[in-house]
Write a protein that binds this ligand. Sequence first.
Ligand code: RAM
Length: 969
Amino acid sequence: MTHLKAASLTTEYRTNPLGIDCKKPRLSWKIISDERGTLQQSYQIQVSEHPTFDTLLWNTGIIHSQESLHLPYEGPDLKERTRYFYRVKVWDNKSRESAWSETAWWETALFAEYDWKAQWITPDEEVIDRLSEPAFCLRKEFQLQNDIASARIYGTGLGLYELYVNGERVGDELFAPGWTSYHKRLQYQTYDITSQLQAGPNAFGIMLADGWYKGNMTWENKRHIYGDRRAAFFELHVRYNDGTEDIIVTDPSWKAALGPVVYSEIYQGEKYDARLEEGFSLPDFDDSSWSLVQEQQMPVGQLIAQENWPTKVTEVIKPIAVFTTPSGETVIDMGQNMVGRIRFFVKADKGTKIILKHAEVLDKDGNIYFGNLRKADQQVEYIAKGIGLENYAPHFSFQGFRYVRVEGYPNQENGLSLEHFVGEVIHTDMEPTGEFECSNPLVNKLQENIKWGQRGNFLDVPTDCPQRDERLGWTGDAQVFIQTALFNYHGGPFFTKWLRDLKAEQHPDGGVPFVIPAVVGGANAAAWGDAATIIPWEIYKAYGDKRLLAEQYDSMKAWVEYMRRQGENEYLWIVGFNFGDWLALDAPSGSYSGATPKDFIATAFYAHSTRILRDAAKVLGKWEDAKSYGLLLENIIEAFNHEFVSKSGRLVSPTQTAHVLALIFDLVDGDVKKRTAHELNELIINNNYHLTTGFVGTPYLCFALSKAGHHETAVKLLLQEGYPSWLYSVKKGATTIWEHWDGIKEDGSFWSDDMNSFNHYAYGAIGDWMYRKVAGLDMDEELPAYKRIRIQPAFAGIHLTYAKAAFESMYGRIQSAWSITADKIELKVEIPANTTAEIVLPFAQTANVSEGGNPLAQANGIYTYKEKDDTVTLTVGSGSYHFQYDNKNGLMVEFTKNSRLIDVLAHQSSAAILDKHAPWIAKPPGIFAMRTKTLQELAEFPEANLTKNQVDALIEELNTIEWKAELVK
Ligand code: RAM
């Protein structure tokens, strides 16, 4: 019996979500099949309020359809606070019927129209100053009956909160309620506390700190951005077996006091006095000295159920060393620039004060360096209570660090024991979905660094950096990194939430703030505001999320219309403020903006966003818009060429970024395109394979080269180890991505204190190209979510001998893994069920290719194959495939005297070197004959009419090529 199954069921991207407020949640599943070429032909969904499915609420019946992603629930209206069980059955194209899937569920929380019983509460102002630094503790005791069936807490806080019931923490979420545009959208959370309650007396405790709501934020040291008063708002619903309910809500019957968290700020750190711990959430606690609370009106527009995955500790790492710096400080090395907190364990006398201060790097003398943190202290202080083994980690503050200075730990003069310290890595608990590896270990380290950069900066909001007095949702940074981000981790819920905030904060004129949530002024910069169009489109491509695209459509359109209104000419954007190619190396001294003209960049992104809008309109069936924005795009491109391209086809700006944008956004065509491509390649080669690009050009640089036929140049850029390059920082010991190419200079000095993050993901945007081009794992955009996969490895001469990438798509795991030796090329592919793939085998001939040891004609699951220009293109169904073929076209890892010159020249960079240093080689006479000679024959130049000197020069040139062509003189 062969195997077919629907598995990994999700609701709104999540597995068994507790507490959603969506009335038509969308269901998705993956199909597991042990046969190749499996496509779903039909499905059936059943939904019930009972896990036994005795009575059905919704039964689709057998629906003839291949759809297995985002199927909206269409049954009777959902009730609030109810768990719905569902299961799926599928039929495939091989007439197989699966069993029912394992049962999954979602549980509704409270819908928008819910009439909350809770009141916003805050300590009585007469007793506790609203501006007190310590976290507030709030408590309430209550009685429950026997036979508790279930209990849920719904609610939120302004500030950050932690909940406790009967002396235990509720849940393991951190930094709740997360960061949204609080006045417009505030998330509430749902907790299942059934097992924490008891019949009789119970107590409910809340700790409440400033956080993003009213703490110190931005480099401008702003306080009280959203309000100057913390408050809590919770309802506990207890259901008994007989169906009756008790509801306990925050109201003026609660009591308040200041707690052991005596100070807590996102940037500054936390101070904790363990002597003040009181067990305030235990039922028998004496709160007679506590004050009352008062009701408070809070400026909140809309309460929404948690949209993003929660923030959690996702990994615990151990320090690798402790040492004394030249200036005599005791420093722990975590071995990784991480974001989160240190938890330490200590036995100490009451009143002992331990101080940790966190930093990312050491300076060139080996001292711990705090300069780049600017006004962020990142300091944690703990005062011991002197009872047993104590352990502590900050509650409402996180740090970006690799190194930790320790002061006051008992006996530390005699050496610190590393066992007492662990690093808790904190970020949005998103599913890892991508893997990339290749034959170059430094590139593999780069990939690790990119992932760490993403983890550190995906703490509920996509931030620029996690350490200095900034940590903001910079739109440009998120836009630049989005594609790489969506490979490495599942970004569905994370960006759904953030895009809704973007939309909520968009200005009435369509302008987009620089940061979301918008806590600093400033809006409307090219390549920053375009997050409004680019990100929903990328989410749509990666996951097929049409609903989010439809939701964001007005926001996308408003941004394009904003750009259109700028200046006199509606087809150009050449006025106003722009960041330009931020931090590019061709920036004039004293400026952060690179040499590429800002209006060039602005108009290029205007075109790009307009194209996305046109395509989104098509997807959503908005045909009028599709037509009019298609026309607008043509006009912008025409105006761009008129404004920024000379009559003879030269771009007005000679920068790498200008060439990259013109190519990647298809702004130039025909001969201009050819020339632009050629010149981009020249720009890189003449700069000795070094880039100069900043935030704007970098993500597309290698794509533009690969697209223009200069893939090997792109690979050489990636593999460049000298400054500036991606691997430069790796060689300098980086464990995350740096904000600046020269964050640490070759002599070990710093770029500056001013703006020098060592954990900024923007330049990690190269990851997308590594997945798609180096490993060749790509999609056909016409059928999003990888419904039709494209596997197209691009080899890179001797530079890489293997590359492999895997991606856990909504349909299942995709893999592309190639390797190449002097005589064999192999490609291992995985295609998930219910998708198909086009696979391109370069330098192959049909007769030569085997799959799983069989000739192609006999291989199962392969629908078609054709050969053209030494390339075999196949279409296949799902399954795992193993292709092998001879490496007989001179595509070798090492050239030898028996290699043909024509093969050597097939490698673009060598051709360019030859054209540059030995231009005669491209000319007749005898050139064709000469090119087809082996290197040995060529060296002997029987018919090429070359002088001895010319041959020597050629041999010398070929010898300078790093693959060390072995020539025989
Ligand atoms: C810096 C941020 C960010 C960038 C802006 C323009 O302050 O760190 O990375 O997008 O400036």
